[in-house]
Ligand binder design. Sequence first.
Ligand SMILES: *Cc1c(COP(=O)(O)O)cnc(C)c1O
Length: 419
Amino acid sequence: MSERPPSVDALARSLADTGLPHPLLVDVARSAIADGAPGDARRLAEELQRRLLQPVVNATGVLLHTNMGRAPWPTSVTARATNLELDLTTGQRGSRQAHVGALFARLCGAEAAMVVNNCASAVLLVLAALAHRRGVAVSRSELVEIGGSFRVPDVMEQSGARLVEVGTTNRTRRADYAKALEDHPDLALALKVHQSNYRIVGFTEATEIAELADLGVPLVADIGSGLLDSACQWLRDGPPAWLAGEPAARQTLEAGADLVTFSADKLLGGPQAGIIAGSGDLIDRCARHPLARALRPGGLVLASLQDLAMVYLRRDGSAIPFWQMATWNVDELRSRARALGVGTVTDMDAVPGGGTLPGVTIASAGVAVPGDHTAALRAGFAGGPPIVARVVEGQTLVDLRTVDPVDDPVVAAAIGALP
Ligand SMILES: *Cc1c(COP(=O)(O)O)cnc(C)c1O
């Protein structure tokens, strides 16, 4: 005689210690019983828990890992109301763009700046607000796809602007843009898009921002990666060598771009957002466009960006986790690796990631453990956060460049517990 299956409710109650809300446990219990395997219910509940959004330790050596939210940056949360759209000096309605926009304008040396949800939104808004039903000149070498299906021609189409391709895949000159302006009297903008995640090498020629500054139409530069200033005054030792050649917002505007667009969660090191900075008049037109409402960021993101802007204004790069990761010297990483007391201390290569600086590696160090232990590390140890590592040539590599030192003990314990 077969045993009677437990009731859904009783099974769900027996999983209460997982901390999941009862309705989710009921779903799990029902599904396990339907499969004729009530004994699997606990495993299903644990899997459900692991699919929830949660903090993880990034030990991959990819500094801006898109699957792990790119740059890590803490959010400050208050249960109080905020003056999101209230001007405290007058008591009148204010703009949510005013607080943070002004700080980023200051940081970029721009007249004005505004914030949207991400850089893709920034480009979409600029094109919709400034070039609807008109032409936009883009070099054929810059019709890029950034991961996650951001394709310049598609964004252009969605914005209602018309793409005017100029030059060739490998060579584009100022004369090509000038000719486009001649052939297309309705040309509204010239758009330069940073080749963030690819390079064209060999017989190439690209047009500098400065050469296009006096073209006769506003020049927009989508620099994408969000480096604020190539001098990196917020770093004690100046910019790391591997950043060389990366466009920066301040210098791009100085060279003559009317607007720059960039992500906040790449080299800026902040939360997901997109920033548009430059001419006050053009920013005004973007802010007044109906899409600005649809693409506006929430108060949480604005508060966290404001914190970040203040840190940059204080030139305190050490308070920005991304720049801390980016500037560890290898000796410091080796000694942290030795202090873990587990695995074999090993030199390895980290990468910037996030679709920036293709081909660039950053010397790094961590520990290696023979075999593939990535699944066990992802499960976390003793209730600790999941640890994401990588496997190279049959060894699990734990790269400490991307690990916050406060997590070193957690990493050591998890590796120590591996079979
Ligand atoms: C990354 C990138 C984007 C997209 O930025 P998101 O913030 O991910 O929307 C757009 N343009 C360039 C040049 C980029 O590098």
